[in-house]
Design a protein around this ligand. Sequence first.
Ligand code: CA
Length: 406
Amino acid sequence: MKPIATPKFRRLLPVALALTLAAPLAAAYDFPGCMSGLRAQAAKRGISAATAGKYAAATFTPDLSVLEFLDTQPEFTTPIWDYLAGLVDDERVADGHAMLEQWRDVLQKAEARFGVDPATVVAVWGVESNFGRSLGKRPLLSSLGTLACAGRRQEYFRTEFLDALKIVDEGHISAERLNGSWAGAFGQTQFMPSTFLRLAVDFDGDGKRDLVDSAPDALASTANFLSKGGWRSGETWGFEVTLPAGFDASVAGRRNKQPMSVWITRGLKRADGQPLAADGPQRALLLPAGPQGPAFLVGKNFDVIYGYNAAESYALAIAHLSERLRGGEGFKTPWPTDDPGTSRAERRELQRLLLARGHDIGEPDGMIGTKTRRAIAQEQEVRGRKPDGRAGKWILDALRAQAGGQ
Ligand code: CA
């Protein structure tokens, strides 16, 4: 459940200035009073006084840095081909295959119970938390407690905070292990606490629903989420198609589902060369980069994946990764760009090349942060390219050529 856009972090500001901005904020909110109200609400929900007293204490220390995320607008809008190139790369496909093998029994049992196939469940796992490796580092009760008492979405976050208290109080996950994103998504499935209480399941039979340290619980909870969202067993999410010349793209859109006969009449063909069957369920035409890029006919299961995180690019990443895990290939139609996206391995290589050229960008971890973007922008500028800081194939190739020529 990650946003596609990269947030504009206020850490771009000098630290001292950021502190002076944050300092008056702390005094502007009544945390002791707010926590007192939360303790009363917790009691009504059957949360023990011990748990509430400990984590919703009068002495609660807010983490005001989360408030900055709440109101920041995306600085960079990631092109869909960058987004997909990083999420569905050979590395994640190989890792996904290994996970399918390692957790085969659990995944088969989850499919038998929830009707969702292993490749889809593992694809969600791979995109949400890199198969349990990236869980988020912020203490959840601290983030949610802050957002429950400050900022513009307090009502929403009060519920999430109380639900997180409930999770701790019921002993599913300890407060110390309950870390996540600034907004409260946590664990291998990146559920919000309210989603946890509705949909998390204990699948390893230890009596705890542990989405942090139990892969079986996480995998089955993901399957349960998709199942409750209306997953249709045995039905594909969709497939890539090609459009005839002069196609009227105004009919595209995930909500505009049409009988397959309509799409056949309009001249769509399957990109893999198989015939387009007229009798399937209704589908919608998705053009993530307009009519010049890859086109897809998507059905109900695509919408179910979309329900996990409301972004079509996200749903396409999951769908595509699941397809690759079933042995499928990349898209037939290339993205409409002369500067394609890069895999995580290529991003690390790009960072190593930048380091070799003297840019101070820290460890080459494949994460394109502010320092890497700045270094890329400089290298683009000296080459007469628009300095947008994008970690695309063009700048990688340029730096490779230069390194090879030295
Ligand atoms: Ca368990």
